[in-house]
Design a protein around this ligand. Sequence first.
Ligand code: SF4
Length: 474
Amino acid sequence: MIRSFRSCLGPIAFVRRMERVTRPVDARSLAAIRQRWNDLPERVRTPGQTLGRVGVGCEGTHGVFPRCNFACKPCYHSADANRVRVDGAHTVAQVEAQMAMFEAERSNFAHAQLIGGEVSLLEPEDHAAALLAMRRHGREPMSFTHGDFDYEYLRDLAVDQTGRRRFARISFAGHFDATMVGRRGLRRTSDEAEIDPFRARFCAMFGRLRREQGVRSYLAHNMTVTPANVSQIPGVIRRCHRMGFSLFSFQPAAHVGDERRWNDDFRSLDADAVWAQIEAGAGARLPYHLFEVGDTRCNRSAWGLYLGDRWFSLLDESDAKDLVVRDATLRYFSGFALTGPGHLVAIRIVRLIAAHPQIVPLALGWAGRMTRRVGVLSLLRHRPRLVTFVMHRFMHAEDVAPAWEGLERGEMSDVPRIRETQERLQACSYAMAHPETGRIVPACVQHSVLDPAENRQLLQLLPISRSAKRRADP
Ligand code: SF4
């Protein structure tokens, strides 16, 4: 790739371009990150805060393909979403516009989710075009899916009609849990274990893609948590951590979206209780203050690795030397451009180390402590697998609406529940762009406040005929 790149440019232009694309830290992105830190509420400017340090936060699409062919309970989409036709041209144009706005208004680099209804209802060509648009704007995309598609779809997405790879690596988040209704071969179930073969099939498709087409993947497992399946979390993790997922994300259900799909009291879900179930599944304490992503009432994350069936945190929060490593990571990797092809990221790391050689002894010291913690024998016996655990708690629409109205007026509420909602919105780590108004809003605001009107408009623009709906529904 580098050779063909060089032949298109003159040697000097090539060197200049390589210098620019392998710069570890992009000045404009760094300025945006610093601004993000300045804008964060004081209470979340913690030693482990990653927002405003290593990045500006995550981004997602909206209104680009609202329709889904499942009937999950709950569902975050408004009642009209499933009546909007999936239209590839609309999707690609909207993705392009939203990503261009993110690039112009925020950092040059970020992770972004291609999310809506069900992404695999897009034709592979349109799906690929949307991902390429995201990449063009410096976004590292992840496609969100229920995973109920065939290998041929995945192949046609990753490889074009001439057999040429479109991507060296793709990222997918597969949604699998017992709140879902409509999967082929298992229309509904209340038993998470019954879904395991479908989880395994999903991962196997990506294994085949790597073997046959040389396309690597990063897979996340998403699970909506309700009072009915919360106790099944440990089993899901224990049975599935070897399947090929690099991230397990759990979303306690919120009263948002289509009210007809609310079948339980989601307010009864306690954050600590859900996190305790995730810890039970991991068989380890999950230290979520080491690295925080916004407000910990919204997000908890723990980065670590599995050796066999045991999970270890990458850092020990009780070890002062590991905390020095954490602080150094946040300092030296501030604004680091993690997106892009692997060889460019590798060169950026080398340049970063050359600029800050003190990273080397810190890294060596950490490697020694980590080896002692996990045990040399265990390292020899097992291949380490990096696995991250996440809990993301969307908020209830009836709290978000008044909280957002107050913020728009510049007022903080005296009502504790609304005040908490406002504080969380101010530290939001998951943004959605509105090029038509020039606003970037928290995803909670999108789903709780803006989605219903947006989908009504889309319904006018992209109506779905009854016969087409009958053909497409399971
Ligand atoms: S405000 Fe909502 S979308 Fe933003 S991080 Fe919190 S839960 Fe997520």
